[in-house]
Design a protein around this ligand. Structure first.
Ligand code: ADP
Ligand code: MG
Length: 263
């Protein structure tokens, strides 16, 4: 089981879109994929047809049942989506209270880790959609993931957000025993605008090692895909947006194979 977390402390940069679209592509390639909605706003749950405001339990339950988790109890909170090979661990708005409720209790940074360990035979990939806040949910995601994906909107203000997440990452990495590899993904790229081109150049300069050499273009079909609740790669595989994510996935999978070969 491979675990990828998708994070950036800025909102609206394409985190949820990246998680859902990559999950669609992975599922289409036959990989059993779990989408974990770790954002109390629950955009990903909404995308897949579930309302986080009425959701009872979901991911929230992991924290409250941490001492009694079993394979069955973790499986119990998962939902099948209407797409083959895509399951969801849904969010509930109650997750917003977790930092207040759990903040001072020890051992709460490895809740995802314990839960996913119990179901590691069930999935080939787990994609975690992170909240924009650095708190218990983000700490859990960064502690458990094998790879971090950082979507960055190609505009000047967004680069600041990237600095912040890299800083967070360095902090977290000190508490992990291994280096956490991350890939920066330029999103919402519009080559006609100077802001997009300038931001991409800045990324190429500042993050030459970790930058995915492609871009995710602005494509209005993403909004349409989220409206109908389908990954764009399933709704309209020929769109520019879906093609770009397909290139990204190919890159991530081959980087992964290389890393495995080298280790
Ligand atoms: P985040 O999870 O980082 O807050 P989202 O993935 O929810 O960001 O994206 C924010 C909005 O932008 C959504 O309405 C989404 O449909 C739209 N969007 C995301 N990526 C693109 C893109 N490449 N082109 C056009 N719209 C996009
Ligand atoms: Mg989101």
């Amino acid at each position: 089981m491979k675990i990828w977390a998708i994070a950036n402390q800025k909102g609206g940069v394409g985190k949820t879109t990246t998680a859902v679209t990559l999950a669609g592509l992975l599922a289409q390639a036959g990989y059993r994929t779990l989408l974990m909605d770790a954002d109390p706003h629950g955009s990903m749950s909404v995308y897949l047809g579930h309302d986080p405001d009425v959701m009872q339990g979901g991911l929230y339950q992991l924290f409250h049942e941490i001492d009694n988790l079993s394979t069955a109890s973790v499986r119990d909170i998962l939902l099948h989506s209407e797409y083959e090979n895509i399951d969801l661990m849904p969010a509930s708005s109650s997750m917003a209270a977790l930092d207040r409720q759990m903040g001072t209790r020890g051992g709460m940074g490895l809740v995802f880790s314990k839960a996913l360990q119990l179901i590691k035979e069930d999935y080939d990939f787990v994609l975690i959609d992170c909240p924009p806040l650095l708190g218990i949910l983000m700490v859990n995601a960064l502690a458990v993931c094998d790879e971090l994906l950082v979507p960055v909107q190609t505009e000047f203000l967004a680069l600041k957000g990237l600095e912040r997440i890299v800083h967070t990452l360095n902090m977290i990495m000190q508490s992990r025993n291994e280096v956490l590899h991350y890939t920066v993904i330029p999103t919402l790229y519009d080559r006609r605008t100077r802001a997009s081109r300038g931001a991409l150049e800045a990324l190429q300069e500042q993050y030459p090692e970790t930058l995915w050499p492609g871009v995710i273009p602005v494509d209005t079909q993403f909004r349409e895909a989220s409206r109908v609740g389908a990954p764009l790669s399933m709704m309209s595989p020929q769109t520019r947006g879906a093609q770009a994510y397909s290139n990204l996935l190919e890159y991530l999978l081959s980087a992964d194979q290389q890393a495995a070969a080298n280790s």
